[in-house]
Design a protein around this ligand. Structure first.
Ligand SMILES: Cc1cc2nc3c(=O)[nH]c(=O)nc-3n(C[C@H](O)[C@H](O)[C@H](O)COP(=O)(O)OP(=O)(O)OC[C@H]3O[C@@H](n4cnc5c(N)ncnc54)[C@H](O)[C@@H]3O)c2cc1C
Length: 430
């Protein structure tokens, strides 16, 4: 295979999901030369390709904001395009109350394009990670498979935001194992269905929705006893989150099977909606997500492993770089149940910078759904609001590590400077 020209940069961000997009923009705005490598031709990851369609948990149960900064900027920009709904509180399939902003995944692609372009990030689309060369605990070269051949990138610092942490895998970094009795959270094929008659749907009593979901599940039409969806702001359609695929998404064969099975589950669920659920009679399956949405795969072993106890206590970290309030929400691999541990009214938790630092490497950070947490803690901090806040912090930190003569080493980053600058950018740290 042809090797094309090598590129140098300060920060290479690998994976353009919401965490990677925020990391790249934050690093570039802070003055770093940034390349953002993404395997698809658009940004967003689960948020666009996976069509998750709602940003959850901006605030504590009592309404105190815990996520803002660039995540809020994303919503503001979506609103300019008309692509986001109002901030609202809704009832989850578990019966718990949650706040969210629903958005149109296609419009989010435009917003992320705008943000990276304006910040001066060099996007490298259709670029798949091929290999990583390391020496003396440092990432030296990232090899990307592109349409032009193999591109060697020499970054001073790497931010792995590939969700599955493919760069960390190639670099030989250690991962955290599941504990006895734990399993990876299932994947889901989101699908768009409509038009919906929202007045009829909204008028359904909660018990009736629960009974319809239970009947659909027990009769084999639904893979999960839920009728959960987010409204598409551009149409009368909804994005439904009611399929369930128990796979390890880093297993290529299993991932392929899940795409096929996910579309089958979605098709069957759409038929059930149309035939059985009031308000859905005129609906049709309009679109599948580009790929199955993946909740959990690899978690890096970092300098600090964030635990459920850290979230529940909550531990106050001197190096906190983001906050969150989303509860511990573990989807069972079979049976469709959800283990949900909600928090007290004003409860929020913090995420420390050390949970972004792979224990085995000096010039790398991780952001998004692969940070150093236990399986239980990830079930809380994986949501997109928090992923964006952590991505912003990772990008800013990578910039601090590489500009003004920095060699990319991330542990010497001045934490108080990082926290001050995050706060100046509207980031909330507790
Ligand atoms: C079905 C489902 C429902 C969810 N519901 C909600 C919800 O209601 N609200 C909420 O806030 N959150 C929700 N979440 C969680 C949230 O969507 C994710 O945790 C979050 O989007 C993770 O973002 P990320 O950027 O870390 O990773 P990802 O979104 O996985 O992004 C990784 C990016 O890296 C790219 N990439 C991967 N490998 C490579 C490679 N080898 N080379 C190049 N590029 C690569 C991918 O294409 C992708 O763009 C849900 C998740 C799922 C799956």
């Amino acid at each position: 295979m042809k090797n094309i020209e090598a590129l140098d940069c300060d920060v290479l961000v690998c994976g353009g999901g919401v965490a990677g997009s925020m990391a790249a923009v934050a690093a570039a705005r802070a003055g770093a030369r940034v390349i953002l490598a993404e395997r698809y031709g658009f940004l967003g990851g689960n948020a666009t390709a996976g069509a998750v369609a709602q940003f959850n948990s901006w605030q504590t149960a009592s309404g105190r904001p815990v996520v803002a900064g660039m995540a809020q900027e994303v919503v503001d920009r979506l609103r300019v395009y008309g692509g986001a709904g109002e901030h609202e509180v809704f009832v989850m399939s578990t019966g718990h109350k949650m706040d969210r902003v629903a958005y149109a995944p296609e419009v989010l692609k435009l917003v992320l394009d705008d943000m990276v372009s304006e910040a001066g990030v060099q996007p490298l689309f259709h670029a798949n990670l091929l290999g990583v060369k390391c020496a003396h605990r440092r990432i030296e070269t990232i090899q990307l498979l592109t349409k032009s051949g193999v591109l060697n990138v020499h970054p001073r610092a790497l931010v792995d935001t590939s969700g599955d942490l493919d760069a960390m895998q190639h670099a030989g970094a250690r991962f955290l194992a599941l504990d006895e009795g734990e399993a990876l959270q299932p994947a889901t094929m989101m699908f768009r269905f409509g038009p919906l008659e929202h007045t009829a749907l909204d008028a359904l009593p909660k018990q009736e929705i629960a009974a319809l979901a239970r009947r659909g599940y027990e009769s084999g039409h639904l893979a999960r006893a839920a009728l959960h969806f987010a409204r598409d702001p551009f149409s009368a359609d909804g994005w439904f989150n009611i399929s369930r695929l128990s796979i390890d998404a880093t297993d290529a064969m299993a991932l392929g099977r899940a795409e096929i099975e996910g579309r089958r589950q979605a098709w069957k669920a759409a038929k059930y909606l149309r035939e059985q659920v009031p308000g859905c009679e005129k609906g049709r399956l309009q679109a599948f997500a580009t790929q199955v949405g993946v909740r959990e795969t690899r978690r890096v072993h970092g300098d600090h492993v964030l635990t459920a106890t850290d979230l529940l206590r909550p531990t106050q970290f001197e190096d906190a770089i983001a906050a969150g309030a989303y509860p511990i929400d573990i989807h069972a691999t079979a049976g469709g149940d959800i283990e949900y541990r909600s928090f007290a009214e004003d409860h929020a938790y913090q995420i420390p910078f050390r949970s972004l630092i792979p224990i085995d490497l000096d010039n790398a950070l991780v952001a998004g759904r692969g940070i150093s947490t236990t399986h239980e803690a990830l079930a809380a901090v994986r949501v997109m609001t928090i992923s964006m806040a952590v991505g912003q912090a990772a990008g800013l930190a990578a910039s601090l590590a590489t500009t003004q003569g920095g060699d990319g080493a991330v542990r010497p980053v001045d934490i108080s400077q990082l926290r001050i600058q995050l706060a100046m950018q509207g980031g909330l740290l507790k």
